[in-house]
Design a protein around this ligand. Structure first.
Ligand code: SAM
Ligand code: SF4
Length: 441
């Protein structure tokens, strides 16, 4: 058994975990193939953040329930951790169930699979380790991820992550910087730092550590790595978000002027029931820091509608927060009941119909705001990293430092050979989510 197929669901953390899992397998002589049909080992790296995401993996497994001769199935990630050995009952053709906190044990678990064991698990959350592999398979040739912190020590009332990814574990500053330098040597100019709460990053070796500024310190250091042009990071938690992060961005243009700071709700009472550990006013203060920065910072957010007990007045507070925030874009989610989470026990669950109504209202308001805000960008010249070519529209696909998509035409079209280059483009057309433009000198 040497050929494997992997499908990844969910967030960027999962996408990057898969890159490391692939590296581990390739390092052991496995070959990655593009279809489950061509593979002997089929792996699903799963997400359980909402019920829908969780159902996807069981739908996939169902496809092979009757016809799986000669194939080994592995469920990795959040559903693996959450459901554990119950997966073997639901899908008896699965042989391997491994949560992300056990990925360091993958080589040893693969040996068990190779010798024919039918039930192999890695489900302990009792770890202080982070998953560092000598080999990582990176699929994006222009942008590389670096995980700086794993797990989560918060306990938001709706969220499964603390149960599926275990306690917070930071990597050391030195190992993060080493990886950044290696990536530059490999030709990368843009990196994205990943973690559930990147600003909870801690390294006792950092001068003045524990003052809450370790992440800003890391940003400053990584921003000085020669050869790096762009550093992004996600996700920031408002509770641990200090002004020093904004100051660091102001000081160094290598640090991208985009901050994803999920608010979840604009109402202090809902935030309190959510156990988010900040108030509306505290969040507004963070918005002020970002709006007051010397560089123009694009702010994006996540929002949950229909959290148990959310009244119409509380929902209105979220609506009004959007006017202050002027989000560049946002992900809106309908509250989904998750196993083990405190909110499951709350009274006053909101009907699906009402959640949909609130979702659509918010979506429409945000869309209208994006149309207005983006129109202000007309005629601006932006630096973009060119990530692709769209042959249907004969446009290059660029990303600005603020993470906006700017598709642009070039007098030499495809011949301009811009892939992976930084280019200047003038905005000539704007819409709700992307912009069109032309190459500029
Ligand atoms: N750690 C990040 C934070 O605290 O903002 C993000 C974690 S989660 C992977 C991404 C988003 O999923 C959250 O910001 C939240 O909006 C959403 N989410 C998490 N649990 C949810 C649930 N039970 N129902 C609906 N949305 C949920
Ligand atoms: Fe989930 Fe809250 Fe942790 Fe984010 S901070 S991962 S929403 S528990």
């Amino acid at each position: 058994m040497k050929r494997f197929y992997i499908e990844t669901f969910g967030c960027q953390m999962n996408a990057h975990d898969s890159e490391k899992v692939i590296g581990t397998l390739v390092g052991r002589g496995y070959e990655q193939v593009a279809t489950p049909e061509a593979a002997e080992l089929i792996m699903y790296n799963t997400c359980s953040i909402r019920d829908k995401a969780e159902q996807k993996v069981f739908a996939r497994l169902q496809e092979f329930k009757r016809n799986h001769a000669g194939k080994t199935f592995a469920v990795l990630g959040c559903v693996a951790q959450q459901e554990g050995e119950k997966i073997f009952e639901k899908a008896p053709h699965v042989s391997m169930v491994v949560g992300s906190a056990s990925y360091n044990r993958l080589p040893e678990l693969l040996v068990q699979i190779e010798r024919g064991d039918k039930r192999v698990t890695g489900l302990s959350l009792d770890t202080e380790d982070t998953f560092e592999t000598p080999l990582t398979r990176r699929d994006n040739p222009h942008k590389a991820y670096i995980t700086i912190i794993e797990g989560c020590d918060k306990s938001c009332a709706y969220c499964v992550v603390p149960f599926t990814r275990g306690p917070e574990r930071s990597r050391t500053l030195e190992s993060v910087l080493r990886e950044a330098r290696e990536l530059v040597q490999m030709g990368y100019t843009e990196i994205q730092l990943l973690g559930q709460n990147v600003n909870s990053f801690r390294d006792a070796a950092i001068p003045g550590s524990e003052s809450g500024h370790d992440f800003a310190y890391l940003l400053r250091r990584i921003g000085e790595v020669p050869g790096l042009r762009r550093v992004r990071f996600t996700t920031s938690h408002p509770r641990d978000f200090v002004k020093d992060i904004v100051d660091a961005i102001d000081e160094n243009p290598v640090l991208c002027n985009h901050i994803h700071l999920p608010v979840q709700s604009g109402s202090t009472t809902v935030l309190s029931r959510m156990q988010r550990l900040y108030t509306r006013d505290e969040y507004l203060r963070r918005l002020e820091w970002m709006h007051g920065a010397k560089r123009e910072i694009a702010i994006t957010s996540d929002l949950i509608v229909g959290f148990p007990g959310e009244t119409e007045a509380e929902f209105e507070e979220t609506m009004s927060l959007l006017d202050y925030a002027r989000y560049e874009s946002m992900y809106i989610f309908k509250y989904s009941r998750r196993p083990n989470t405190p909110a499951l026990q709350y009274d006053d669950h909101i009907t699906e119909e009402e959640k949909t109504r609130r979702f659509l209202i918010l979506q429409e308001k945000q869309r209208a705001m994006q149309i207005r805000q983006n129109a202000e960008l007309l005629n601006r010249v932006e630096e973009v990293l060119v990530e692709g070519w769209n042959s249907a529209t004969s446009q290059w696909i660029g990303k600005t430092s603020q993470n906006r998509t700017l598709n642009f035409v070039h007098p030499h079209g495809r011949e301009a050979n811009l892939l992976g280059q930084y280019a200047q483009a003038r905005v000539t057309r704007t819409g709700p989510s992307s912009m069109g433009g032309e190459a500029a000198e």
